[in-house]
Design a binder for this molecule. Structure first.
Ligand SMILES: Cc1cc2nc3c(=O)[nH]c(=O)nc-3n(C[C@H](O)[C@H](O)[C@H](O)COP(=O)(O)OP(=O)(O)OC[C@H]3O[C@@H](n4cnc5c(N)ncnc54)[C@H](O)[C@@H]3O)c2cc1C
Length: 388
C-alpha cells in the first residue's frame, strides 16, 4: 500500500503535483541556489501558483485547505527537493493556523486571504538572543499606550523575516505577571518605523532563506494587533501553534531523510567495488536496510500524529515524538548516506553533503529535541502512560 492511499483522491493529486514540481523544477536548480545562497524567488512564485501557501486556509478566505496528513506529505515532498522550500512555508502555516483558531473576525479577514495566495507571507518570532527554550523568560515587551502598544526588544533567528509581510511576535504585555506565561501575548506586526531587520545570520545549511535578527525600538503597534483581541493568551496560543510547527519539522526531516536514502539506494547499485555493486557488501546493504526501516517508522509516527491532529485531539506529545524521532532519523540517514557515497559524499557536487548540513536544524529548531523529551515525559506522567 502506498502512503498516499490514506488521502482522498484530490489530496493524492495535490501531493503528486508537488512531487512533480520537485522533480522537474527544484532538483535541476537546487545545487546552484544552495551554493550561491540565493533566495529562490522563481520557485516561491511557482509555489504560490500551486496554492502551497493556502493549504491551511479555509476556502471562504481563498485557500485550498488540506488535511494534516496531506500537509505533512506535501512538506516531505518539498523538503525532499530542498529543505529551505519547506521552511519557507513552515512558519507561514503556523501563523495561518493561529489566525484561524484564535484571530478575531477582523484579523482573519485582514490577513488570511493574502496569506492564502502568498501575497504576504508570515513568520513567527519567538526566540531571543538570551534564549529560545525558556520562552517565559523572554524580554521583548509591548507597553500599552493611549493609541496602541510600544514594543521594545530583540528577536533572533527569525526565518523569512526580511521578506515576510506579517510577523506573529511573542512578547510580554505584562512583564510582572505571575506565573510569567500569563503576561505573554502574540502581536500581529508588520514592517514599519521602529522595526529593524539588523542582520542575516550566517548558517551551516538552510541556505537561500534568510534567518535574521530583529530589533524593536519604540515600534508602535495598533491596539487591535493582539491576536484574538485579549492579552495574556499568547503562550497557550503559541503552544497550540507549535503542534503544527513540530509536525511540519518532522515532515521536513522525512524529506531530507528520504532524499538521502533514495540517493544512497541508487548509488549503491551503480557503484562497483571488488567486482560487484556495493549494496552487495553486507555493511552497505545493512545501512540501506536500516535507513529504510527507520524512515518508514518515522513516517508512520508522523502520520499518526497528523491524523490525531486532524481529529482535533491535543498532540503536543505525539508531534513531539514525531519531531524527535524523525529528526534524529534524518541525521543518522544523512551521515550513513555520506558513508555509502565514500569521498563523493563529501563533495559539494553531490547533494549528500547538503542533507548532512540541513539535518541538524530539525534537531534544534521548533523546540530542541531535549525540550521535546521533556514535553513527552511530562505528558506521559500526566496521561498515565501511553494509550494501549
Ligand atoms: C536556522 C534556524 C532557524 C530558526 N528559525 C526560527 C524562527 O523562525 N523563529 C523563531 O522564533 N526561532 C527560530 N529559530 C530558533 C530556534 O527555535 C532556537 O534556536 C531553539 O528553540 C533553541 O533555542 P536556543 O538556541 O536559544 O538554545 P537554548 O535555549 O539556549 O538551549 C541551549 C541548549 O540547552 C538545552 N536546554 C535548554 N533548556 C533545557 C531544559 N529545560 N532541559 C533540557 N535541555 C535544555 C537545549 O536543548 C540546547 O541543547 C531558528 C534557529 C535556527 C538555527
Amino acid at each position: 500500500m502506498s502512503t498516499l492511499d490514506i488521502l482522498s483522491e484530490d489530496e493524492q493529486f495535490v501531493v503528486s503535483t508537488v512531487r512533480d514540481f520537485v522533480d522537474t523544477e527544484v532538483k535541476p536548480v537546487v545545487q546552484e541556489l544552495e551554493h550561491s545562497d540565493t533566495y529562490p524567488e522563481a520557485l516561491i512564485e511557482q509555489m504560490k501558483r500551486l496554492g502551497i501557501f493556502g493549504l491551511a486556509v479555509p476556502e471562504e478566505f481563498g485557500g485550498t485547505p488540506v488535511s494534516m496528513p496531506c500537509y505533512v506529505l506535501v512538506t516531505e515532498e518539498l523538503s525532499r527537493g530542498w529543505m529551505s522550500l519547506a521552511g519557507a512555508m513552515g512558519g507561514h502555516t503556523v501563523v495561518a493556523k493561529l489566525l484561524l483558531h484564535f484571530g478575531t473576525e477582523e484579523q482573519k479577514r485582514r490577513y488570511l486571504p493574502k496569506l492564502a495566495t502568498g501575497e504576504i507571507r508570515a513568520t513567527m518570532a519567538l526566540t531571543e538572543p538570551g534564549g529560545g527554550s525558556d520562552l517565559q523568560a523572554m524580554r521583548t515587551s509591548a507597553r500599552r499606550a493611549t493609541d496602541g502598544y510600544v514594543v521594545n526588544g530583540s528577536k533572533t533567528w527569525i526565518t523569512n523575516s526580511r521578506r515576510s509581510g506579517l510577523i506573529a511576535l511573542m512578547c510580554k504585555t505584562d512583564p510582572a505577571a505571575s506565573p510569567a506565561h500569563k503576561g505573554i501575548s502574540i502581536l500581529l506586526v508588520e514592517h514599519g518605523p521602529g522595526l529593524t531587520v539588523s542582520r542575516d545570520l550566517p548558517k551551516l545549511g538552510y541556505k537561500g532563506v534568510e534567518s535574521c535578527e530583529l530589533s524593536f525600538d519604540d515600534y508602535r503597534a495598533p491596539s487591535d494587533a493582539v491576536l484574538g483581541g485579549a492579552e495574556g493568551r499568547g503562550f497557550a496560543q503559541m503552544m497550540k501553534g507549535l503542534e503544527t510547527g513540530r509536525l511540519q519539522v518532522a515532515a521536513r526531516a522525512l524529506g531530507v531523510g528520504r532524499a538521502a536514502f533514495e540517493d544512497s539506494l541508487a548509488y549503491a547499485q551503480e557503484r562497483e567495488t571488488f567486482g560487484e555493486p556495493i549494496w552487495k557488501h553486507q555493511s552497505i546493504g545493512n545501512h540501506l536496510a536500516d535507513m529504510a526501516t527507520s524512515l518508514t517508522a518515522a513516517r508512520q509516527l508522523t502520520l499518526y500524529a497528523a491524523k490525531e491532529a486532524e481529529a482535533g485531539r491535543r498532540v503536543d506529545m505525539e508531534a513531539g515524538m514525531a519531531k524527535l524521532f524523525a529528526s534524529e532519523t534524518a541525521m543518522t540517514i544523512a551521515l550513513n548516506a555520506m558513508r555509502i557515497h565514500g569521498g563523493y559524499g563529501y563533495s559539494t557536487e553531490f547533494d549528500v553533503e547538503r542533507y548532512f548540513r540541513d539535518a541538524p536544524l530539525m534537531i534544534v529548531g521548533e523546540g530542541t529535541n531535549e525540550i521535546q523529551r521533556g514535553v513527552i515525559a511530562s505528558q506521559l506522567v500526566k496521561r498515565g502512560g501511553l494509550d494501549a
